[in-house]
Design a protein around this ligand. Structure first.
Ligand code: NCD
Length: 526
């Protein structure tokens, strides 16, 4: 089969990079392959058998299962397989990831990169950076697979987990009731569940973790937004006492390597509240199954070894499924698979760039705005800055607008009563020496003071008035940066990433790469 399938050169940085239909396709293909292979059938339709297709495994963080299942998957597929040893590479000579990948990309006609990194959002960045490089060099775009990035996501673990749940539920996608227990804060596999579980129509999630290890609000909200019924418990004891216990349990270990000192100190007592004990066995529903992404801690496992020989043990079969699902993932991205796909493709969310709206200026006989005591005759007035916000916030917005737009010109500014009502205030900046704003500055202004109006003053009255709302994307400005130190775009990593934020809801933005939520004022470096 020619490698021209519709998933060729795609990237799987997060679960949602595959649409639900594409995820169904992945599970159906993995099931077909596993059944064929187990019954000694002909699996040749699942093989690439082309040494010009290269799978590059780059593991910059420890891994056994994920790396080895990908390596074996690539071997099964019959492609050139390279395991890049980051310990002895130029990364230690301070080379950027971007440069290293460009170099490796040059070694084969067509390739896919499987990366595990401490830094978050690496695959999303490389997807962007290498796409333009591929275009200029006239070669096929490489695919990227995120094999775990910091505490962000682990989409391919998610796909093998969902595959395992589907297998357990007899491929019935109508309902799932699942308990997620352990380190829900630092564990990326449970974060990916906020999207991966959407494969089921009705989802009930019980979160079992002490507060310090609880699910971050971003993922919790995502679960709620995705229509999941979510209940949180502080410990397994509390959960079991509720009497509403799920038949599927997903354990995770404490992610000690990602904990700060203060949490690390408390690890033993935190672990206790999410460790299964023999006396709990009678409280687990009949036919229940326990899963775990593995590895488990050999000294203090949250799912202890006395469970290994019980029918509850679902994790051994689960880890095998990593092999089958990862063969299909590489197969899809190589273009080998997908010719028979009939569903909806994943779509890039369309973002409207419409954040500037012209409104009709009110009729005024008297000159409306002043510079000090003098009316503005010609120029620009920025009005309604942080309207309705507390006075200090209005002052700090004025300061931010002045600093970021470098308004070092003759002007005046202040906090005034708003016509909205008693006790409501707004900021105004009058700029008699400026007669127009460039698009970039308008966008900046909208992003610093959403809701403000820009008034063009001619002959002492408002000739045109524009209302600026929150732009859907903020990117490419030198004054913005992601505040997550583990994000690939964080300035400390010097990867040359173009910072980009996407408007989420209200006044929050998420980083395009690591998806960290930022209140909009936090994206600015002032
Ligand atoms: C997980 C990971 O690396 O996030 N392991 C894995 O991929 N099998 C979970 C873990 O390390 O605890």
């Amino acid at each position: 089969m020619e490698r021209t399938g519709p998933f060729k050169g795609r990237t799987i940085a997060v679960v949602n990079d595959l649409s639900l239909d594409e995820q169904h396709y992945l599970y159906a293909k993995a099931r077909e392959l596993k059944t064929l292979a187990k019954s000694g059938g002909d699996t040749s339709a699942f093989k690439i058998n082309d040494r010009d297709y290269q799978a590059y495994l780059i593991f910059m963080e420890d891994s056994t299962r994920t790396r080895e299942s990908f390596r074996n998957a690539a071997k099964f597929l019959g492609c050139r397989t390279n395991v890049f040893d980051s310990a002895t590479s130029s990364f230690n000579k301070n080379e950027s990831i971007t440069d290293a990948i460009k170099m490796l990309y040059g070694y084969s006609a067509d390739s896919c990169f499987i990366l595990r990194t401490k830094l978050e959002g690496v695959c999303r960045w490389l997807q962007t950076a290498l796409a333009s490089y591929a275009e200029t060099s006239g070669r096929p775009k490489p695919g990227f697979i995120n094999a775990g990035d910091g505490k962000h996501e682990h989409p391919t673990q998610e796909f093998l987990d969902e595959y395992s749940f589907l297998e357990q539920l007899g491929w019935d996608e109508s309902n799932i009731h699942i308990a997620l227990s352990g380190d829900l804060y630092h564990g990326r596999t449970v974060h990916s569940k906020a999207d991966g579980l959407r494969i089921f129509r009705n989802v009930k999630v019980d979160l079992v973790a002490p507060e310090l290890l609880s699910m971050p609000p971003y993922y919790m909200q995502k679960m709620v937004d995705n229509g999941f019924e979510v209940t949180a418990y502080e410990s397994l004891d509390e959960y079991l006492a509720s009497g509403k216990v799920a038949p599927i349990w997903y354990f995770t270990r404490l992610q000690l390597e990602r904990m700060g000192e203060s949490v690390l100190e408390k690890a033993p007592s935190l672990r206790k509240s999410v460790t299964f004990r023999k006396d709990m066995l009678g409280l687990v529903p009949e036919g229940a199954r326990f899963y775990h992404p593995l590895p488990r801690d050999r000294v203090n496992p949250t799912n202890p070894t006395f469970l290994d020989s019980l029918p509850l043990n679902g994790w051994d079969a689960q880890s095998e499924n990593g092999y089958w699902t990862r063969i299909i993932e590489i197969g899809m991205l190589s273009g080998l698979l997908g010719h028979d796909f009939e569903g909806e493709f994943a779509r890039q969310e369309e973002l409207s760039e419409n954040f500037i709206q012209e409104t009709t200026p009110a009729e005024h006989r008297k000159p409306e705005y002043k510079v000090g005591i003098k009316p503005v005759e010609e120029g620009i007035v920025i009005d309604h800055i942080a309207v309705g916000k507390p006075i200090e916030e209005i002052w700090s917005s004025i300061e931010a607008v002045r600093k970021i737009l470098k308004l070092n010109v003759r002007s005046s500014h202040g906090v005034y009563h708003s016509l909205r009502g008693e006790g409501e205030y707004k900021g105004i900046i009058s700029l008699p020496d400026i007669i127009s704003f460039g698009e970039k500055d308008l966008k900046k202004l909208a992003a610093i003071a959403p809701g403000c109006t820009l008034n063009l003053i001619r002959n002492s009255s408002v000739a045109r008035k524009y209302r600026l709302s929150m732009p859907p994307r903020i990117y490419g400005f030198g004054e913005i940066s992601c505040k997550n130190e583990n994000c690939i775009s964080h300035p400390s990593h010097s990867e040359g990433v173009v910072t980009e934020f996407v408007h989420k809801t209200g006044s929050t933005f998420i980083c395009k790469y690591c998806e960290r939520e930022h209140p909009y004022r936090d994206i600015w470096d002032i």
